[in-house]
Design a protein around this ligand. Structure first.
Ligand code: HEM
Length: 181
């Protein structure tokens, strides 16, 4: 029940999947909203702090999920999925894992390169890994944005794949959305 079996995802993978998905949707929305805030807005600092803290937690939980996948491997794709339909979802999920690590990592690097600490709410401050460098911070800031938008594109493709199989083959072998619900 907690672990995955060869047909279904277990509770731990399901909780991690949906908590991370929810956090990423929130972070994408918050990120876009934040960019438009006036410097004088009294809520700005709190919103940035929330984005940074939740984003850092995504990095932690994504790393945990990668370890968990080794401990309890995900159920295989059904044999009915062959060729392109088998390779594409694997490539998309692989890239999403990469981006779930790289996007928040770049956010942390950007913040530290601007010379600011990253606090996980009021509990914990991440260790400083890089010295202040405003020029590099600007580049990493752009990279963070590009990675976040790439992630959104891949999430849309990932969703479209799941919805396509649900519509075309509801309840059939390739309707694998139910394994994660
Ligand atoms: C999965 C995790 C994350 C996602 C999906 C995400 C997403 C985004 C998005 C969509 C933007 C707006 C970018 C743009 O429109 O150019 C943004 C901006 C920003 N993010 Fe993240 N972010 C994540 C994690 C983090 C982390 C961990 C930090 C820092 C600790 C961080 C710090 C920032 C900052 C400071 C900005 C604003 C940059 C500016 O003022 O231009 N992000 N983020």
């Amino acid at each position: 029940m907690l672990a995955n079996d060869n047909k279904n995802y277990g509770l731990i993978s399901k909780l991690l999947h949906w908590a991370i998905a929810l956090a990423i949707f929130g972070l994408l929305g918050l990120g876009i909203y934040m960019e438009g805030l006036e410097k004088a807005n009294p809520d700005r600092q709190g919103i940035y702090a929330l984005h940074k803290a939740v984003g850092s937690l995504v990095l932690f939980f994504a790393a945990f999920r990668i370890v968990w996948n080794r401990v309890s491997p995900a159920p295989a794709l059904p044999d009915a999925l062959q060729g392109f339909e088998r390779i594409l979802p694997k490539v998309i999920v692989g890239l999403l894992y990469l981006l779930m690590l790289a996007t928040p990592f770049m956010g942390i690097m950007m913040t530290q390169l601007y010379g600011m600490p990253v606090n996980i709410f009021d509990f914990f401050q991440l260790p400083t890994l890089v010295a202040k460098n405003k020029e590099l911070a600007e580049t990493v800031r752009e990279l963070h944005g590009i990675l976040a938008w790439t992630m959104l594109t891949l999430i849309v493709l990932h969703l479209l794949g799941a919805v396509k199989h649900r519509i075309k083959n509801r309840g059939g072998e390739t309707d694998i959305l139910g394994r994660m619900l």
